[in-house]
Design a protein around this ligand. Sequence first.
Ligand code: HEM
Length: 424
Amino acid sequence: MATHASPTATPSAPFDPSAFNLFAPDQLANPFPTYAQARRDQPVFYSPMFDMWFVTRYEDITTVVKQPHLFSSAEALESTDRLPEPVIELLKKGYLKFQSLVQTDPPEHSRVRAVFGKVLTPQRVAALEPGIRELTNQLIDAFVADGEADLIPQFAFSLPALTICDLLGVPRSDIDRVQRGNNGRQTLMGANSPVEVLIAAAHDYLEYQHYFIEQLERRVHEPQDDLLTLLVPAEIGGSAPLSLQEAVCNAIDLFAAGHETTTAMIGNGMSLLLDHPEQMQALREHSELLPNAIEEILRMEAPVRGLFRVTTSETMLGDTQLPQGARMLMMYGSANRDERQFADPDIFDIRRKDANKHVAFGKGMHFCIGSVLAKLEGRVAFELLLKRLPNLRRHPERPAVRRPNLILHCFDHFPIAWDREPAA
Ligand code: HEM
């Protein structure tokens, strides 16, 4: 559906959880008035449509993320349990569980996270900047002469995908294989496709696991200056304190976690800047404003609406009693607009002093491990897009299209236009 979101006043009608539907055209285009209604009237509510509890206030989210023993991340995402038997049998030929940091509680979480903390250092990320700059320019080179492009497939999709390949040490030429495996994993996690589609996805996912096993094994004898080399586990002759399964699954998860989240940030940021041309102009003239502008973009339109937790026992959150086993979505996108936390939260202001207090990267022990990389990509992307595409504007005929998705707040299409350089 087409969209051009702008802040609107909070409806005075009481919030109705049964009318909460993130995929309804008005809520898809602009979910923020509905979030504000919920924060005001029923900050923790059960949605029959999603069969899930939603947590909308900044303070409640802070309470939840501090107590992993009560609000667990393990099994909180879709698990393999809902898949048909033949698909499970097939997946048993590889690693059955979608094991990853984001779905792990302490103490395993602390052990695996420490490995990533050691290898994904700010220095390693900073060293990627020249490559990101070159890649960004190459992507823009491919369409700059056209005077129009669809920002998502032609730019925002490829930049983070190829950057994670570079980070891991996966050859860029293997991107189609990686993409196929990642899509297979997503299809399996959704678990709602016909069985033959799930079987095809399981084959792709198994092939993807083998791909990473091969890549890790190759590095035992031919170490590279890349992240995968640092993840080679002791089990196969490396030094990382991980099992082979943990190394493979977390490499796979890094790609999933760091790809379309960043795509979404670029699309959402472009939308905000085009709605605020004077701030876009300020960024063109003062690139030193970019880092804070990226924080404000993440605050205003969090790419990840929220992430999951499950209650381990019956518990109270604020005034709401939650049963044991309650599946919950921490609505980071709503917390970022909480009027108890941010003054004038619906105003986009690239100079906002406390923009970086947003929770777009989560909070606490699961705080995003790729935040520095994502912000670097955002800074370089907007610096070069604004510099190289004069008189940048929404495409006059083709509207932007948002994706109906519970987790990602993102665009599938964002057509833009600009003034072409006159032919020399
Ligand atoms: C704008 C882009 C991004 C956004 C909005 C984002 C958002 C998030 C959020 C909200 C969480 C917290 C999960 C929770 O509370 O359960 C998270 C965790 C995580 N992110 Fe990101 N992320 C982004 C980019 C990246 C990148 C580029 C990478 C990898 C290079 C990455 C890897 C991860 C990992 C591995 C975790 C799990 C950390 C843990 O559980 O300890 N993310 N991210």
